[in-house]
Ligand binder design. Structure first.
Ligand code: PEP
Ligand code: MN
Length: 347
Protein backbone atom coordinates (compact mmCIF):
# COMPACT_ATOMS: atom_id res chain seq x y z
CA UNK A 1 0.00 0.00 0.00
CA UNK A 2 0.99 3.60 -0.42
CA UNK A 3 0.64 6.12 2.41
CA UNK A 4 0.18 9.65 1.11
CA UNK A 5 1.19 12.34 3.59
CA UNK A 6 -0.38 15.75 3.98
CA UNK A 7 1.66 18.62 2.45
CA UNK A 8 2.08 20.12 5.91
CA UNK A 9 3.14 16.85 7.60
CA UNK A 10 6.05 17.48 9.97
CA UNK A 11 9.29 15.51 10.02
CA UNK A 12 8.29 14.04 13.38
CA UNK A 13 4.96 12.85 11.95
CA UNK A 14 6.67 11.31 8.90
CA UNK A 15 9.11 9.48 11.16
CA UNK A 16 6.23 8.28 13.34
CA UNK A 17 4.48 6.75 10.30
CA UNK A 18 7.72 4.99 9.30
CA UNK A 19 8.13 3.66 12.85
CA UNK A 20 4.54 2.32 12.91
CA UNK A 21 4.97 0.55 9.57
CA UNK A 22 8.21 -1.07 10.78
CA UNK A 23 6.65 -2.06 14.11
CA UNK A 24 4.05 -3.94 12.06
CA UNK A 25 6.83 -6.01 10.47
CA UNK A 26 6.88 -4.24 7.09
CA UNK A 27 9.40 -2.01 5.38
CA UNK A 28 8.76 1.65 4.63
CA UNK A 29 10.12 3.38 1.56
CA UNK A 30 10.06 7.17 1.82
CA UNK A 31 9.74 9.16 -1.38
CA UNK A 32 9.76 12.96 -1.31
CA UNK A 33 8.11 14.59 -4.32
CA UNK A 34 7.87 18.27 -5.18
CA UNK A 35 4.35 18.53 -3.82
CA UNK A 36 3.75 15.37 -1.87
CA UNK A 37 5.67 12.91 0.24
CA UNK A 38 4.57 9.29 0.06
CA UNK A 39 5.61 6.16 1.90
CA UNK A 40 5.55 2.87 0.05
CA UNK A 41 4.81 -0.08 2.32
CA UNK A 42 6.75 -3.17 1.32
CA UNK A 43 5.80 -6.62 2.58
CA UNK A 44 2.66 -8.64 3.15
CA UNK A 45 -0.07 -6.03 2.94
CA UNK A 46 -2.61 -8.47 4.27
CA UNK A 47 -0.96 -8.18 7.72
CA UNK A 48 -2.18 -4.62 8.18
CA UNK A 49 -5.36 -2.72 7.70
CA UNK A 50 -5.42 0.77 6.26
CA UNK A 51 -7.80 2.29 8.80
CA UNK A 52 -5.41 2.70 11.78
CA UNK A 53 -2.80 4.19 9.45
CA UNK A 54 -5.31 6.74 8.17
CA UNK A 55 -5.78 7.89 11.75
CA UNK A 56 -2.11 8.84 12.22
CA UNK A 57 -1.56 12.64 12.23
CA UNK A 58 0.01 13.86 8.99
CA UNK A 59 -1.47 11.04 6.88
CA UNK A 60 -3.72 12.23 4.04
CA UNK A 61 -4.79 8.85 2.63
CA UNK A 62 -3.82 5.24 2.39
CA UNK A 63 -4.07 3.58 -1.02
CA UNK A 64 -4.20 -0.20 -0.87
CA UNK A 65 -2.59 -2.00 -3.81
CA UNK A 66 -4.39 -5.28 -3.21
CA UNK A 67 -8.19 -5.27 -3.06
CA UNK A 68 -9.80 -5.88 0.34
CA UNK A 69 -11.62 -8.94 -1.08
CA UNK A 70 -8.48 -11.02 -0.93
CA UNK A 71 -9.83 -14.51 -1.63
CA UNK A 72 -12.31 -13.38 -4.27
CA UNK A 73 -9.73 -11.34 -6.16
CA UNK A 74 -8.19 -12.21 -9.49
CA UNK A 75 -4.80 -11.64 -7.85
CA UNK A 76 -5.50 -14.52 -5.47
CA UNK A 77 -6.46 -16.84 -8.31
CA UNK A 78 -5.99 -15.88 -11.95
CA UNK A 79 -7.81 -18.92 -13.38
CA UNK A 80 -11.61 -18.89 -13.31
CA UNK A 81 -13.45 -20.83 -10.63
CA UNK A 82 -15.76 -23.52 -11.94
CA UNK A 83 -18.64 -24.20 -9.56
CA UNK A 84 -20.21 -27.63 -9.70
CA UNK A 85 -23.90 -27.69 -8.78
CA UNK A 86 -24.67 -31.40 -8.41
CA UNK A 87 -23.09 -32.15 -11.77
CA UNK A 88 -23.87 -28.90 -13.60
CA UNK A 89 -20.81 -26.72 -14.11
CA UNK A 90 -20.88 -22.93 -13.95
CA UNK A 91 -17.88 -20.83 -15.03
CA UNK A 92 -14.74 -21.45 -17.03
CA UNK A 93 -16.70 -21.74 -20.28
CA UNK A 94 -19.76 -23.50 -18.83
CA UNK A 95 -23.06 -21.63 -18.85
CA UNK A 96 -25.77 -21.95 -16.20
CA UNK A 97 -29.31 -21.95 -17.54
CA UNK A 98 -31.26 -21.41 -14.33
CA UNK A 99 -35.01 -21.14 -14.79
CA UNK A 100 -38.27 -21.64 -12.97
CA UNK A 101 -41.05 -19.73 -11.29
CA UNK A 102 -40.41 -16.99 -8.76
CA UNK A 103 -42.15 -19.01 -6.05
CA UNK A 104 -42.85 -22.70 -5.63
CA UNK A 105 -46.66 -22.84 -5.70
CA UNK A 106 -47.68 -26.48 -5.89
CA UNK A 107 -46.34 -29.73 -7.25
CA UNK A 108 -48.44 -29.81 -10.44
CA UNK A 109 -47.41 -26.32 -11.52
CA UNK A 110 -43.77 -26.92 -10.65
CA UNK A 111 -43.81 -30.17 -12.57
CA UNK A 112 -45.32 -28.61 -15.69
CA UNK A 113 -42.86 -25.69 -15.67
CA UNK A 114 -39.87 -27.95 -14.97
CA UNK A 115 -40.78 -30.25 -17.86
CA UNK A 116 -41.07 -27.31 -20.25
CA UNK A 117 -37.85 -25.55 -19.27
CA UNK A 118 -35.87 -28.75 -19.20
CA UNK A 119 -37.01 -29.51 -22.76
CA UNK A 120 -35.98 -25.98 -23.72
CA UNK A 121 -32.45 -26.45 -22.36
CA UNK A 122 -32.49 -25.25 -18.74
CA UNK A 123 -29.99 -27.07 -16.56
CA UNK A 124 -30.91 -25.87 -13.05
CA UNK A 125 -34.42 -25.49 -11.63
CA UNK A 126 -35.25 -22.52 -9.44
CA UNK A 127 -38.17 -21.67 -7.18
CA UNK A 128 -38.53 -19.82 -3.91
CA UNK A 129 -40.00 -21.54 -0.86
CA UNK A 130 -39.14 -18.57 1.35
CA UNK A 131 -39.96 -15.32 -0.41
CA UNK A 132 -38.58 -11.92 0.61
CA UNK A 133 -41.59 -9.70 -0.07
CA UNK A 134 -41.77 -5.95 0.33
CA UNK A 135 -45.19 -6.31 1.93
CA UNK A 136 -45.78 -8.58 4.91
CA UNK A 137 -49.25 -9.23 3.44
CA UNK A 138 -47.88 -10.59 0.14
CA UNK A 139 -47.37 -14.29 -0.49
CA UNK A 140 -44.47 -15.45 1.68
CA UNK A 141 -43.84 -18.88 0.18
CA UNK A 142 -44.67 -22.47 1.08
CA UNK A 143 -41.76 -22.94 3.47
CA UNK A 144 -40.52 -26.50 4.00
CA UNK A 145 -43.40 -27.95 1.96
CA UNK A 146 -42.11 -25.91 -0.97
CA UNK A 147 -38.60 -27.25 -0.51
CA UNK A 148 -40.01 -30.77 -0.69
CA UNK A 149 -41.89 -29.97 -3.90
CA UNK A 150 -38.82 -28.41 -5.51
CA UNK A 151 -36.62 -31.37 -4.53
CA UNK A 152 -39.13 -33.91 -5.79
CA UNK A 153 -39.66 -32.14 -9.11
CA UNK A 154 -35.94 -31.46 -9.61
CA UNK A 155 -35.19 -35.15 -9.07
CA UNK A 156 -37.96 -36.22 -11.42
CA UNK A 157 -36.64 -34.04 -14.22
CA UNK A 158 -32.96 -34.64 -13.52
CA UNK A 159 -32.24 -31.02 -12.63
CA UNK A 160 -30.31 -29.69 -9.64
CA UNK A 161 -32.24 -27.05 -7.70
CA UNK A 162 -31.51 -23.59 -6.34
CA UNK A 163 -33.68 -21.89 -3.75
CA UNK A 164 -33.44 -18.85 -1.54
CA UNK A 165 -32.50 -18.90 2.12
CA UNK A 166 -33.26 -15.69 4.00
CA UNK A 167 -32.57 -16.56 7.59
CA UNK A 168 -29.37 -17.96 9.14
CA UNK A 169 -31.60 -20.15 11.35
CA UNK A 170 -33.01 -21.85 8.25
CA UNK A 171 -29.69 -22.69 6.57
CA UNK A 172 -29.69 -26.18 8.03
CA UNK A 173 -33.24 -26.83 6.83
CA UNK A 174 -32.66 -25.52 3.30
CA UNK A 175 -29.34 -27.40 3.16
CA UNK A 176 -31.20 -30.69 3.55
CA UNK A 177 -33.14 -30.12 0.32
CA UNK A 178 -31.22 -27.88 -2.03
CA UNK A 179 -28.22 -28.26 -4.31
CA UNK A 180 -27.46 -24.55 -4.27
CA UNK A 181 -28.40 -21.76 -1.88
CA UNK A 182 -29.63 -18.46 -3.23
CA UNK A 183 -28.82 -15.40 -1.14
CA UNK A 184 -31.14 -12.74 -2.50
CA UNK A 185 -30.49 -9.09 -3.23
CA UNK A 186 -32.13 -7.97 0.01
CA UNK A 187 -29.85 -10.21 2.03
CA UNK A 188 -26.58 -9.60 0.23
CA UNK A 189 -25.28 -7.85 3.33
CA UNK A 190 -26.88 -10.13 5.88
CA UNK A 191 -23.46 -10.99 7.23
CA UNK A 192 -24.68 -13.67 9.63
CA UNK A 193 -26.39 -15.42 6.72
CA UNK A 194 -23.25 -15.18 4.58
CA UNK A 195 -21.17 -16.66 7.39
CA UNK A 196 -23.66 -19.48 7.89
CA UNK A 197 -23.80 -20.52 4.21
CA UNK A 198 -20.03 -20.07 4.12
CA UNK A 199 -19.73 -22.79 6.74
CA UNK A 200 -21.49 -25.28 4.46
CA UNK A 201 -19.92 -26.75 1.38
CA UNK A 202 -22.88 -26.19 -0.96
CA UNK A 203 -22.70 -23.68 -3.81
CA UNK A 204 -24.13 -20.22 -3.17
CA UNK A 205 -25.78 -17.98 -5.75
CA UNK A 206 -25.07 -14.51 -4.37
CA UNK A 207 -27.26 -11.80 -5.87
CA UNK A 208 -26.10 -8.22 -5.98
CA UNK A 209 -27.99 -5.92 -3.65
CA UNK A 210 -30.04 -3.30 -5.43
CA UNK A 211 -27.93 -0.48 -3.99
CA UNK A 212 -24.68 -2.40 -3.74
CA UNK A 213 -21.52 -1.53 -5.60
CA UNK A 214 -19.52 -4.25 -7.32
CA UNK A 215 -17.00 -3.89 -4.51
CA UNK A 216 -19.76 -4.47 -1.94
CA UNK A 217 -20.79 -7.60 -3.85
CA UNK A 218 -17.24 -8.93 -3.84
CA UNK A 219 -16.86 -8.14 -0.15
CA UNK A 220 -20.01 -10.17 0.53
CA UNK A 221 -18.58 -13.05 -1.52
CA UNK A 222 -15.47 -12.73 0.62
CA UNK A 223 -17.55 -13.45 3.74
CA UNK A 224 -18.55 -16.80 2.24
CA UNK A 225 -15.09 -17.65 0.91
CA UNK A 226 -13.44 -16.73 4.20
CA UNK A 227 -15.52 -19.40 5.93
CA UNK A 228 -14.05 -22.00 3.59
CA UNK A 229 -16.86 -22.28 1.02
CA UNK A 230 -15.21 -21.51 -2.31
CA UNK A 231 -18.26 -22.27 -4.45
CA UNK A 232 -19.80 -18.86 -4.97
CA UNK A 233 -21.57 -17.69 -8.14
CA UNK A 234 -22.24 -13.95 -8.39
CA UNK A 235 -25.43 -12.62 -9.95
CA UNK A 236 -26.13 -9.23 -11.51
CA UNK A 237 -29.87 -8.66 -11.07
CA UNK A 238 -30.21 -4.95 -11.61
CA UNK A 239 -29.62 -1.98 -9.35
CA UNK A 240 -31.80 0.98 -8.41
CA UNK A 241 -32.18 3.44 -11.23
CA UNK A 242 -34.26 6.59 -11.58
CA UNK A 243 -36.44 5.46 -14.48
CA UNK A 244 -39.57 3.56 -13.43
CA UNK A 245 -39.87 2.19 -16.99
CA UNK A 246 -37.86 -0.81 -15.84
CA UNK A 247 -38.02 -2.52 -12.45
CA UNK A 248 -34.28 -2.01 -11.93
CA UNK A 249 -31.36 -0.90 -14.03
CA UNK A 250 -29.56 -3.79 -15.71
CA UNK A 251 -25.88 -3.13 -15.11
CA UNK A 252 -24.35 -5.20 -17.88
CA UNK A 253 -20.96 -3.56 -17.35
CA UNK A 254 -20.83 -5.27 -13.95
CA UNK A 255 -20.23 -8.55 -15.80
CA UNK A 256 -16.88 -7.71 -17.43
CA UNK A 257 -16.02 -5.59 -14.39
CA UNK A 258 -16.43 -8.57 -12.04
CA UNK A 259 -14.49 -10.71 -14.49
CA UNK A 260 -11.60 -8.26 -14.36
CA UNK A 261 -11.59 -8.21 -10.56
CA UNK A 262 -12.53 -11.74 -9.55
CA UNK A 263 -12.18 -15.38 -10.56
CA UNK A 264 -15.74 -16.15 -9.43
CA UNK A 265 -18.38 -16.95 -12.05
CA UNK A 266 -21.03 -14.30 -12.62
CA UNK A 267 -24.46 -14.82 -14.14
CA UNK A 268 -27.19 -12.36 -15.07
CA UNK A 269 -30.83 -12.20 -14.01
CA UNK A 270 -32.64 -10.05 -16.58
CA UNK A 271 -36.02 -10.98 -15.04
CA UNK A 272 -35.49 -8.97 -11.86
CA UNK A 273 -33.22 -6.48 -13.65
CA UNK A 274 -35.91 -5.35 -16.08
CA UNK A 275 -39.17 -6.75 -14.73
CA UNK A 276 -40.40 -6.84 -18.33
CA UNK A 277 -40.80 -9.95 -20.49
CA UNK A 278 -40.36 -7.83 -23.63
CA UNK A 279 -36.87 -6.75 -22.51
CA UNK A 280 -35.65 -9.96 -20.88
CA UNK A 281 -34.43 -11.78 -24.04
CA UNK A 282 -32.26 -8.89 -25.27
CA UNK A 283 -30.76 -8.38 -21.81
CA UNK A 284 -30.11 -12.09 -21.34
CA UNK A 285 -28.24 -12.21 -24.66
CA UNK A 286 -26.37 -9.00 -23.83
CA UNK A 287 -25.28 -10.54 -20.54
CA UNK A 288 -23.94 -13.68 -22.21
CA UNK A 289 -22.25 -11.59 -24.92
CA UNK A 290 -20.62 -9.52 -22.16
CA UNK A 291 -19.10 -12.69 -20.72
CA UNK A 292 -21.68 -13.89 -18.18
CA UNK A 293 -21.43 -17.50 -17.10
CA UNK A 294 -25.15 -18.04 -17.33
CA UNK A 295 -28.63 -16.63 -17.12
CA UNK A 296 -31.27 -16.79 -14.41
CA UNK A 297 -34.79 -16.39 -15.74
CA UNK A 298 -38.25 -16.62 -14.21
CA UNK A 299 -40.67 -18.77 -16.16
CA UNK A 300 -44.33 -19.45 -15.39
CA UNK A 301 -46.93 -21.32 -17.40
CA UNK A 302 -49.75 -19.02 -16.29
CA UNK A 303 -48.27 -15.67 -15.24
CA UNK A 304 -51.69 -14.20 -14.41
CA UNK A 305 -52.10 -16.81 -11.69
CA UNK A 306 -48.54 -16.58 -10.35
CA UNK A 307 -48.33 -15.90 -6.63
CA UNK A 308 -45.22 -13.77 -7.06
CA UNK A 309 -43.53 -11.85 -9.90
CA UNK A 310 -46.10 -12.95 -12.50
CA UNK A 311 -45.79 -9.81 -14.67
CA UNK A 312 -42.10 -10.47 -15.34
CA UNK A 313 -42.39 -14.21 -16.06
CA UNK A 314 -41.62 -15.56 -19.50
CA UNK A 315 -44.05 -18.15 -20.85
CA UNK A 316 -42.44 -21.54 -21.57
CA UNK A 317 -42.54 -20.93 -25.34
CA UNK A 318 -40.85 -17.54 -24.94
CA UNK A 319 -38.21 -19.15 -22.76
CA UNK A 320 -37.66 -21.90 -25.33
CA UNK A 321 -37.06 -19.35 -28.06
CA UNK A 322 -34.61 -17.41 -25.90
CA UNK A 323 -32.82 -20.59 -24.81
CA UNK A 324 -32.25 -21.60 -28.42
CA UNK A 325 -30.72 -18.17 -29.10
CA UNK A 326 -28.48 -18.51 -26.06
CA UNK A 327 -27.35 -21.92 -27.25
CA UNK A 328 -26.35 -20.42 -30.60
CA UNK A 329 -24.56 -17.51 -28.94
CA UNK A 330 -22.78 -19.88 -26.57
CA UNK A 331 -21.51 -21.91 -29.54
CA UNK A 332 -20.25 -18.73 -31.17
CA UNK A 333 -18.38 -17.83 -27.98
CA UNK A 334 -16.98 -21.34 -27.59
CA UNK A 335 -18.96 -21.98 -24.41
CA UNK A 336 -20.91 -25.05 -23.47
CA UNK A 337 -24.05 -25.70 -21.45
CA UNK A 338 -23.54 -28.64 -19.18
CA UNK A 339 -26.46 -30.79 -18.24
CA UNK A 340 -26.48 -33.24 -15.44
CA UNK A 341 -27.28 -36.81 -16.34
CA UNK A 342 -28.72 -37.63 -12.95
CA UNK A 343 -28.97 -35.35 -9.95
CA UNK A 344 -26.19 -36.30 -7.60
CA UNK A 345 -28.67 -35.94 -4.79
CA UNK A 346 -28.35 -34.44 -1.38
CA UNK A 347 -25.09 -34.68 0.49
C1 PEP B 1 -35.91 -14.01 -6.74
O1 PEP B 1 -34.95 -14.58 -7.29
O2 PEP B 1 -37.10 -14.36 -6.84
C2 PEP B 1 -35.61 -12.78 -5.98
C3 PEP B 1 -36.40 -12.38 -5.00
O3 PEP B 1 -34.52 -12.15 -6.44
P1 PEP B 1 -33.78 -10.82 -5.92
O4 PEP B 1 -33.21 -11.18 -4.57
O5 PEP B 1 -32.74 -10.59 -6.95
O6 PEP B 1 -34.81 -9.73 -5.85
MN1 MN C 1 -38.78 -13.26 -8.28
Amino acid sequence: MIIVLKPQATEAQIQHVIDRVEQLGLRAHLSRGTYRTVIGVIGDESKISSEPLEAIPGVASVVPILPPYKLASIEAQPEPTVVDVAGVKIGGGHLAMIAGPCAVENVERMDAIAGAIKAAGANILRGGAFKPRTSPYAYQGMGEAGLKVLREVGDRHGMPIVTEVMDPRRVELVYRYTDMFQVGARNMQNFNLLTEVGQTRKPVLLKRGMSATVKDLLMSAEYILSEGNSTVVLCERGIKGFDPATRNLFDVAAVPLCKSLSHLPIIVDPSHATGRPDLIPACALAGVAAGADGVHIEVHNCPEEALSDGPQALMPNQYAELASQIVRLAALLGKSISTCVAVAGRT
